[in-house]
Design a protein around this ligand. Structure first.
Ligand SMILES: [Zn+2]
Length: 499
């Protein structure tokens, strides 16, 4: 018979162990990533997507002829992840201006059928280089004014090849899944400058050193079982437009140079750039290949500094969520407005825009009232949330979301899954200018968004972020309900509000 003291000791130790376990599961206690087995599997693939022949480039309305050669090869890079607790997700980064919704849907559909990958688990991102090929349906107005029927066919052929190669690369990365460790950190790069300058004639695109910027460079490190760097993912919120429309050779701009520099410095590793909310930020100054290379090196240096420091491990859990925010348009133009615009000899882009809207009116009897903007959220471990926004999102969104959802462990990506328009904040919309509504002509929408655009998008982000973070917050709620925790307003680890 054990003595009463031994029995009490046994009960106390067992109780403490169970309590610690529960606390760990709920994320109240940080465990060091010291387990012998890696918490993840990762697979990597890289495919060259530079067109084999001359095709139209996209990004600048000033270009009036197709490409002439290659300055730097373009790539699609893929990182497949599988969590120890189950669940896969695949990140695709590409050196193109953006995925239009139908092309993204084509790739996603094939990935679902071939690899069983659901839409919320495939993130299709673009570097927004203005030195890449035109893809079917992407900012159609920019190139379709001058393209011949044969050149249109070349764009179609390229688009088919692109979609097929991206799909195949996703398969390669999934087939490459091997034990891996994930960790992340945060750096900074200084070259993004706000590009909305106030003048007597309204807001114009020019450097505005007093405007908002986001210089954060979040970094995700993927190591193999042997400790070697296999992939590094990094994000920066700055238009990928060091080079102008006078360059007719394919190139990945500063992001392409950053990726190339990191892959050269870390032999065997794949470097993947994600565009942040840099809709209204540019590198400054701009215009030369040397500057693009210089910004690429500066970004690569920022990433390397993070890699050399101490990073936070991400535990082996993975959650994903997908939804769409119906971004409302302002009052539509009338048929009379459009007829006048269609006859305006000064601006051929406006003429084309008005003609297409008149066709839509004849066909559907009305113009669309909103645009379904895809929003995606991933949660890696209990530490890292990646919010993937679509469109050319202005910097106000990343600054606001980091403030409201907690800056630690939150990535705000943009230019993902569908590049359909600029997405202004309420401030930018009300100030006007190119990002506020002027660019809608090129994207073919009826007019600027309504002022509710910002709250509509933020609401959807909060909903999806809460969904992927739910499990552990639910734990907090349960503990709080049981009186085990003092009332707290925010998650201790990620700062997300607990409602
Ligand atoms: Zn842009």
């Amino acid at each position: 018979m054990p003595s009463r003291l031994t029995r009490r000791l046994f009960i106390a130790i067992t109780g403490l162990g169970a309590g610690l376990n529960l606390a760990r599961q709920l994320g109240c206690i940080k465990t060091r990533n010291t387990e012998p087995r890696p918490a993840w599997k990762a697979g990597v693939a890289r495919v060259r997507i530079t067109p084999e022949k001359s095709v139209w480039m996209t990004g600048y309305a000033s270009r009036k002829k197709p490409s002439e050669g290659t300055l730097q090869d373009l790539y699609a890079r893929v990182l497949a992840l599988e969590a120890a607790s189950g669940g896969r997700a695949v990140l695709v980064t590409t050196d193109i201006l953006g995925f239009p919704a139908p092309v993204a849907a084509e790739v996603a559909d094939r990935c679902r059928k071939r690899y069983g990958l659901e839409r919320d688990r495939l993130m299709l991102t673009s570097s927004h280089t203005h030195g890449g090929p035109a893809v079917r349906g992407l900012v159609r107005a920019i190139s379709s004014l001058y393209m011949t029927a044969e050149q249109e066919r070349d764009v179609e052929d390229y688009t088919r090849r692109f979609a097929a190669e991206v799909t195949a690369a996703v398969g390669q990365a999934l087939a490459d899944l091997r034990p891996a460790r994930l960790s992340f950190g945060l750096g900074a790069a200084p070259f993004a400058v706000n590009r909305r300058k106030k003048t007597d004639k309204g807001y114009v695109i020019d450097a505005n050193p007093d405007g908002p910027v986001d210089h954060d460079v979040p970094v995700l490190r993927v190591d193999g079982e042997d400790g070697r760097l296999r992939a590094v993912v990094f994000l920066y919120a700055c238009h990928n437009t060091t080079l102008g429309g006078d360059i007719y050779q394919f190139h990945g701009d500063y992001a392409g140079f950053a990726e190339a520099a990191l892959e050269e410095r870390h032999s065997g590793a794949t470097a993947m750039f994600i565009m942040g909310c840099g809709g209204d930020c540019n590198p400054h100054p701009r215009g030369t290949v040397e500057l693009a290379r210089q910004y690429g090196q500066s970004l690569a240096d920022a990433v390397d500094k993070v890699l050399a420091g101490s990073l936070r491990p991400a535990q082996g859990r993975l959650r994903a969520a997908w939804g769409a925010a119906a971004l409302p348009f302002g009052p539509p133009p009338t048929r009379e407005d459009l007829k006048t615009e269609a006859e305006d000899p000064k601006n051929p882009f406006k003429q084309l825009h008005a003609r297409r809207l008149l066709e839509a009116l004849d066909r559907d009897g009305r113009l669309p009232e909103s645009y379904p903007c895809p929003v995606q959220a991933w949660r890696l471990g209990d530490e890292l949330t990646i919010v993937a926004l679509s469109g050319e999102v202005v910097v106000d969104y990343s600054l606001r979301l980091k403030k409201e959802l907690g800056p630690e462990g939150l990535w705000v990506a943009a230019y993902c899954n569908d590049v359909f328009a600029y997405v202004p904040s309420r401030r930018v919309l009300e100030e006007g200018g190119y990002e506020g509504g002027g660019a809608m002509v090129y994207y073919g929408h009826p007019g600027p968004f309504a002022p509710e655009v910002e709250e509509t998008l933020i609401r959807k982000v909060r909903e999806l972020a809460a969904r992927v973070q739910e499990e552990r917050h639910f734990g907090f709620r349960r503990l709080r309900a049981a009186g085990a925790l003092r009332r707290r307003k925010a998650c201790a680890a990620c700062g997300s509000p607990i409602t």
